[in-house]
Design a protein around this ligand. Structure first.
Ligand code: ADP
Length: 596
């Protein structure tokens, strides 16, 4: 494309420049044509004017008249000088010069026959004769006009005017290019460059050569081809190469233009210089090529940049898409695992609920079992005071009957105390049977222990055990009154069971405190717990007490209750023998403070 554009520009520029030169050349050519026509016109009329001169006619009537001849010679000389012609002369019917403007010179025409000249023959036929030829005497190129001299309709002679061509050639030489004129045979008769004169455009036919020789126009030997390469006789607009200026040296390119001069059957030629056109065109083409190249490169650069941008954007979009894909995948995964988690949490909750329900049912069952166990103790507990009350009331009636009111009232007071104890017992029982609240609240520890011991009073008495409770009075822990009581009931009950075989059963309840926890230690001097059953002691239904005596629920329920309290229940064997159960609970502020 670049080459094409450069070539096209070259062509266009060259054509444009050539056209410019051609137009200028054609104008010049027209000018030279006019110049030549003017020059010829100046002389063309002269012979016909002279032919009508009475002296001329008279001379030709009688060529022997010497006086007449001298007269005419003088006139011819004058006319010739005035017109600026080369020679003006008169030929008789045979073509011999009878009078001439140069009658006085050594090279006078007079007496010489010019019958062979075409202009003479043409004039003798009654028309204006014209011939370009070399002068036979001078050897110089000249143009001849000839006109017949008539005497009563008979042609008796011819007036001829020879013109010099050097003056017109001077003007033709002024052109920087080259101007030359060819005749009908293609012979250069007038030329700016001197070495082009009398050269031919192309090879002459034998016939033409013969005619030239017979007319003795010029010696044929001097007719050489014009040193112009690529010349065509009547061509317009052809390119030629020539060296019009001999001194200049180098050959140059020209545009060959020509224009006919129909009257003379001549042709005016002009070689227009085209020097520099090629270089200028080449330069323009190069510039155009360079411009196009620059534009193309700029375009390419822009295009590349655009492509790079598009690539970057695409990559970014791809990354974005990738990211979005990853994010959505991860989101889906997360949602999936979330759902799974939710499901698991629900299942766990369900299981926990189930467990809790089961637990509370188990607690209930444990309570019932404890109730069953306790009923024996209770019946003893109630029967003993009832029997005492009956005795006291019977005694009181007897004392009243005897008028011993003091003893009677003492008995009544004893009865009242006994009923009070019974009422307390029954109150414990109802609180034990009630389903515990789930809330955790501050509980006064020694109250819980006192109530537990009150409930177990009969069993402790029966076992003959010694209870050593060392609890600071106002210790408050986080728990539930009833449930904590249940835990202590279990632990002290188990300790009573364990110390049954021992001679001097002792149960110690003591406290260890840290900043935020309270540890209640329940110790006994029983046999302790065998190491192999230690890990399963808190399992539900684990019991060593044999059927009908223990359900194996007590410790399990206690363990779970402690967990509900965010506390713990642990067991270990004491170094000095016996078991130690450790109840750990969160410390609370004082009851009052907590209530506030
Ligand atoms: P149960 O009292 O109905 O057997 P527990 O869960 O209360 O059920 O007790 C489980 C077992 O732990 C008891 O059977 C007993 O073997 C053992 N045990 C509990 N407390 C003591 C203790 N203070 N000394 C020795 N063994 C104990």
């Amino acid at each position: 494309m670049l080459l094409g554009a450069a070539f096209w520009t070259y062509e266009r520029t060259e054509r444009g420049l050539l056209a410019e030169r051609r137009i200028a050349g054609e104008a010049k050519l027209a000018l030279y044509g006019e110049l030549l026509r003017g020059w010829l016109g100046k002389y063309r009329a002269l012979p016909s004017i002279y032919a009508h001169e009475p002296d001329v006619v008279a001379l030709l009537r009688d060529t022997a008249d010497a006086g007449q001849t001298a007269d005419v010679n003088a006139k011819l000389e004058r006319w010739n000088a005035t017109s600026g012609a080369s020679v003006t002369y008169i030929l008789d019917a045979q073509g011999v010069a009878v009078a001439a403007s140069n009658w006085n010179s050594e090279t006078s025409f007079i007496g010489t026959s010019y019958s062979f000249r075409p202009y003479f023959r043409q004039a003798m036929r009654g028309v204006l004769g014209r011939t370009f030829a070399l002068g036979t005497v001078s050897g110089k190129r000249g143009y001849y006009f000839a006109y017949p001299v008539q005497d009563n309709g008979r042609i008796i002679g011819v007036v001829a005017v020879k013109m010099r061509v050097d003056t017109i050639e001077q003007e033709l030489r002024l052109d920087t290019g080259a101007v030359f004129v060819t005749d009908s045979d293609g012979i250069v008769i007038l030329a700016g460059p001197p070495h082009w004169r009398m050269k031919t455009l192309g090879p002459l036919t034998r016939e033409t050569l013969r005619k030239i020789e017979s007319d003795r126009l010029f010696p044929t030997a001097m007719l050489r081809p014009l040193p112009v390469e690529g010349m065509q006789a009547s061509a317009q607009d052809t390119k030629v190469t020539a060296q019009p200026d001999r001194s200049g040296g180098a050959k140059m390119d020209f545009l060959h233009l020509s224009q006919p001069m129909p009257t003379e059957r001549w042709r005016v030629h002009l070689l227009v210089e085209t020097q520099g056109i090629g270089r200028q065109s080449l330069l323009t083409a190069l510039l155009a090529g360079l411009a196009i190249l620059t534009i193309c490169l700029a375009g390419l650069l822009l295009w590349q940049r655009r492509r790079r941008m598009i690539g970057l954007l695409a990559a970014r979009e791809e990354t974005q898409r990738e990211l979005e894909r990853t994010v959505s995948e991860r989101t889906a995964n997360l949602r999936e695992s979330n759902l799974q988690l939710e499901r698991q949490v629900r299942e766990r909750q369900q299981a926990e609920d189930d467990l809790r329900r089961t637990q509370s049912e188990l607690i209930q069952a444990g309570k019932l079992a404890a109730l069953g166990q306790m009923s024996a103790a209770l019946s003893h507990e109630f029967n003993q005071p009832l029997a005492a009350i009956r005795t006291y009331s019977d005694n009181a009636v007897a004392f009243l009957d005897r008028g011993r009111e003091e003893q009677a009232s003492e008995n009544l007071a004893r009865i009242s105390r006994l009923t009070e104890r019974m009422a307390r017992l029954s109150k414990h029982l109802t609180s034990f049977a009630r389903k515990p609240k789930d809330t955790i609240e501050p509980v006064l520890l020694d109250t819980v222990l006192a109530e537990t011991l009150a409930l177990l009073h009969a069993r402790i008495e029966g076992a003959g055990a010694r209870i050593e409770a060392h609890l600071p009075p106002d210790t408050v822990v986080m728990g539930g009154q009833t449930r904590l009581q249940h835990v202590f009931m279990n632990l002290i009950g188990n300790a009573l069971d364990a110390t049954a075989p021992v001679a001097d059963p002792v149960i110690i309840v003591r406290l260890e405190e840290t900043d935020d926890t309270v540890r209640i230690l329940v110790e006994d001097n029983g046999p302790g717990i065998a190491p192999d059953i230690l890990p399963s002691i808190f399992d539900p239904f684990f019991s060593t007490k044999g059927p009908g005596k223990g359900l194996g629920l007590g410790l399990s329920i206690s363990y779970n209750i402690m967990r509900d309290f965010d506390g713990s229940l642990q067991v270990e064997n004491r170094a000095e023998g016996g078991a130690r159960f450790i109840v750990t609970l969160g410390r609370a502020a004082t009851l009052r403070e907590a209530a506030e």
